[in-house]
Structure formats: structure tokens, C-alpha cells
Write a protein of this length. Structure first.
Length: 145
């Protein structure tokens, strides 16, 4: 699935980690390409920012992450909608026999659906969520490293 030119691409923490570690993986290369050629499409949301900042290993890394995330398009949480959607999709996945390891991924997926963003990830939770949430347009960047 190739996103349209004007669609936001919500990058999950899993692809940001690949980019920040410069792994050479397909996720790393796609984030780099987006930042270089289509920076206005790169989007984040509060749960992803929280995960990135929580993982900072030093004050210098924290500063780098704060600078990086502050310049991105922000898909803000809508608490009245997103928390309810996240809980609903979590229950739906569980009822369907699918295991979602992190409830926070349900919240990120809810934001992607509500905003019409394409969710780029390297996290099998989103593969499971896409089965439970038909409107979720998730692109897995697992392959290629």
C-alpha cells in the first residue's frame, strides 16, 4: 500500500527506533526517505513521543529527541474518541483470539484511523490490530533486515 502524496504517515516508535539506530533496515531507509523528500507528511502523536522520550539514554539523546519530535506534524489525541476506540479494538482483537501485547498500540492505531493517517510500523501488534480494525491502514516495514 503506497500512501497518497498528501496523506500523513504516522510513524510508530518501532520505525523511529530503526531510524535512530541507523540499522539500514527497510524501516530506517523509509523514515530517512520521508524526512528528506516529504517531511510535511511525517507525523507523530503523543503516545509515540512519550515512548521515544522515555527511551532516552542520556540528556543529549533527550535533547535530540525533543528537537526531532517538536518539528513534526502532530496528530493530537482526541481523548473523548481515541481512548474509547482503543479499548474497543483491544477487546475486539482479544475476542477474536488475537494477542495485542501493548494497549498503547491500540491508542496509536485509533489516532491513525481517526485522522486518516497511514501507520508505518515494525510491530506485530499492528498486524493483529489491522485484522480487528478494518479502517486501520497499517504498512509493515518488517522486511529487509
Amino acid at each position: 500500500m503506497r500512501p497518497r502524496d498528501d496523506e500523513p504517515c504516522l510513524l510508530d516508535t518501532s520505525v523511529w527506533i530503526e531510524y535512530l539506530r541507523a540499522t539500514g533496515s527497510s524501516a530506517h531507509l523509509e523514515v530517512r526517505r520521508l524526512l528528506q523528500t516529504e517531511p510535511d507528511r511525517v507525523a507523530t502523536t503523543e503516545p509515540v513521543v512519550m515512548e521515544l522520550l522515555a527511551g532516552a539514554t542520556s540528556p543529549a539523546v533527550l535533547d535530540k529527541l525533543e528537537t526531532l519530535t517538536s518539528g513534526l506534524r502532530r496528530l493530537a489525541l482526541d481523548p473523548a474518541v481515541d481512548f474509547h476506540t482503543a479499548a474497543t479494538v483491544y477487546r475486539s482483537a482479544r475476542t477474536g483470539g488475537r494477542t495485542v501485547r501493548k494497549l498503547l498500540d491500540c491508542l496509536i492505531a485509533a489516532v491513525a484511523v481517526r485522522t486518516g493517517a497511514v501507520l508505518l510500523h515494525r510491530d506485530r501488534d499492528f498486524d493483529e490490530l489491522a485484522r480487528a480494525l478494518p479502517d486501520l491502514r497499517a504498512v509493515s516495514l518488517h522486511h529487509g533486515h
